[in-house]
Design a protein around this ligand. Structure first.
Ligand code: SF4
Length: 434
C-alpha cells in the first residue's frame, strides 16, 4: 500500500524505544473523545521467497528462523492496537506483504487464534483477505485460513507467460495459479482476486490479451491490473538504467489500458478504481476504506495506518483529518526497538491536517468510479483557501469540455480518457486549493 502524500520523517529522540517514537507516543490514548475507532485492520508480513526485481515493498528473503520472533512481536503490537479498535465486529482485515502465504502453517494457526481473542471477527459481513503467491499455496494452508475466518484471497499471478514472469524475476509456474485458486475454493474461500501486471518490457498487446483472457477464464470476482512502474532502488530500475531493456512505449501502454477495460466489461466486471475491477458487489471493501479516507489500524514492519479524529458515527463524512503513520520498515528495528507500549516504532507520523485531508480526498476520489462529491470538495476547500470554489469550478468545466470528466448527479467522475491522466488532473485541482 502506498500513500499519495509524503509523510514527514520524525525527529530522532532518545528514549526507551531506542531513539524512535512509538505509535502510542503519537496518538491520543485509546477511547479519547473524538478519536475514531476503526473497523479495519491491516497486517504486513515481511517475508518473501525471493526478491522480485520490480518490487519496492518492504520484504526480506526468508529466514524461517525469524518468523517466530516476528509473530511474537506482531501479537504484542496487535494487543496494543486492539484498545484502539471499534467495540463491535471488525468489517475488514487485509494481510499483505511480503508473502503472507509463506508464513508457516502453525504460526498462521497461532496468529488467527490471537486475532480472534483480541478482535470481534464474528460478523457475517467480515471481509478477511490474505495475499498469496501461488507457489506457496497448499490445501493445508487454505484449510487453516478458512477455519480461522479468512474469506478472500488475492493471488499474485502477475502474468501467465513464463517469459514475462522471468523478466519480473517471478519464478512460479503459471499453472500454479489455477491450482492455488482451486485449493482456496476447496477449503471454502470463495472470494478470489487475481493480480496482473502489464507494460512488461517485451510484452505485446497480444500477450496482454492472452493474460487477461486467462485470468478472466478462472472465474474470479475481482481483478487488479497494475501497469509496471520503475521504482527507485529496485533491481528492475537498475537494469533499465544499464540499458538492458527498453520500457514499452506510451502508445502501447494506453492500448493495454483500453484492452483491459474492454475485456473486463465483456466479462461482467466494472472498473471501480483505476487499477481494480470487480463484479457488482465484489469490490474490495478494505481498499475502499483506504480510498475513502476512513480509519484503519496497521501492524507489522512498514505498515501504514490512519486514524481519523472523528466518531465512527460520522460514516463517510468528507475529508475528516486524521493521524497517518508508518511503522519502521526494517524487521530488525521492529523486533529490537521496544518502549514497552507494544506499539511499533515509527518511521513517519503526521498529525491531523485539514488541507492534506482535502487533497487526499480529491486524489483518491478521482481514481474511483464513484468520483468526488462536488459540493463537499468545494465547501471543504473554501475553508482552507478562500476563493478556491471558482477556481475548482473553472478546472472542472475545462475537464468536462475536454471529455475527461463528467458531472454525474453532483459528483465529478473521470471518463476513460480522464482516467489515463488521473494523477495529473488531481495535481491540477490541488493548485486551486493552495
Ligand atoms: S513476492 Fe511480492 S512483496 Fe515479495 S518481493 Fe515479490 S513483489 Fe515484492
Amino acid at each position: 500500500m502506498a500513500h499519495n502524500t509524503p509523510l514527514n520523517v520524525l525527529p530522532q529522540r532518545d528514549g526507551a524505544g531506542g531513539g524512535r517514537p512509538h505509535l502510542a507516543n503519537r496518538l491520543p490514548t485509546p477511547g479519547s473523545p473524538g478519536l475514531d475507532r476503526p473497523a479495519s485492520l491491516y497486517l504486513h508480513v515481511p517475508f518473501c521467497f525471493h526478491k522480485c526485481h520490480y518490487c519496492d515493498f518492504y520484504s526480506i528473503v526468508d529466514t524461517f528462523d525469524r518468523q517466530r520472533a516476528f509473530c511474537d512481536r506482531l501479537e504484542r503490537e496487535l494487543t496494543a492496537l486492539a484498545a484502539y479498535s471499534c467495540p463491535g465486529p471488525l468489517e475488514t482485515i487485509f494481510v499483505g506483504g511480503g508473502t503472507p502465504s509463506l508464513l508457516a502453517v502453525p504460526l498462521w494457526e497461532r496468529l488467527l487464534d490471537r486475532l480472534r481473542a483480541l478482535f470481534d471477527l464474528a460478523s457475517p459481513r467480515l471481509e478477511f483477505t490474505v495475499e498469496c503467491n501461488p507457489e506457496t499455496v497448499t490445501l493445508e494452508l487454505m484449510a487453516v485460513l478458512a477455519a480461522g475466518g479468512v474469506t478472500r484471497v488475492s493471488m499474485g499471478a502477475q502474468s501467465f507467460d513464463t517469459r514475462h514472469l522471468k523478466t519480473l524475476e517471478r519464478w512460479h509456474d503459471p499453472e500454479s495459479v489455477p491450482l492455488a485458486l482451486e485449493f482456496a475454493r476447496a477449503a471454502g474461500i470463495g472470494r478470489q482476486s487475481i493480480d496482473l501486471i502489464f507494460g512488461i518490457p517485451g510484452q505485446t498487446l497480444d500477450d496482454w490479451h492472452r493474460d487477461l483472457d486467462r485470468a478472466l477464464s478462472l472465474g474470479t470476482e475481482h481483478l487488479s491490473c497494475y501497469s509496471l512502474t520503475y521504482e527507485p532502488q529496485t533491481a528492475m530500475t537498475a537494469r533499465l538504467n544499464r540499458g538492458e531493456f527498453e520500457p514499452i512505449d506510451e502508445e502501447l501502454e494506453v492500448a493495454m489500458h483500453r484492452a483491459t477495460w474492454a475485456a473486463v466489461r465483456t466479462a461482467g466486471m466494472e472498473r471501480y478504481e483505476v487499477s481494480n475491477f470487480a463484479r457488482p458487489g465484489a469490490e474490495c471493501r478494505h481498499n475502499m476504506a483506504y480510498w475513502r479516507q476512513r480509519s484503519w489500524l496497521a501492524a507489522g514492519p512498514s505498515a501504514s495506518g490512519h486514524l481519523r479524529v472523528a466518531d465512527t458515527s460520522s460514516g463517510d463524512a468528507f475529508a475528516l483529518p486524521g493521524h497517518r503513520w508508518k511503522n519502521v520498515p526494517r524487521l530488525d528495528d521492529y523486533l529490537r526497538l521496544d518502549d514497552g507500549s507494544g506499539t511499533s516504532p515509527l518511521a513517519d507520523h503526521e498529525g491531523p491536517d485539514a488541507a492534506r485531508a482535502v487533497r487526499e480526498r480529491i486524489m483518491t476520489g478521482l481514481r474511483l468510479a464513484e468520483g468526488v462529491n462536488t459540493a463537499e470538495v468545494i465547501d471543504a476547500a473554501a475553508v482552507i483557501a478562500p476563493g478556491s470554489a471558482d477556481r475548482l469550478r473553472a478546472i472542472a468545466s475545462r475537464l468536462i469540455d475536454r471529455g475527461q470528466m463528467l458531472d454525474v448527479e453532483g459528483r465529478w467522475v473521470l471518463t476513460d480518457e480522464g482516467i489515463l491522466f488521473a494523477d495529473a488532473i488531481a495535481v491540477e485541482f490541488f493548485g486551486a486549493v493552495e
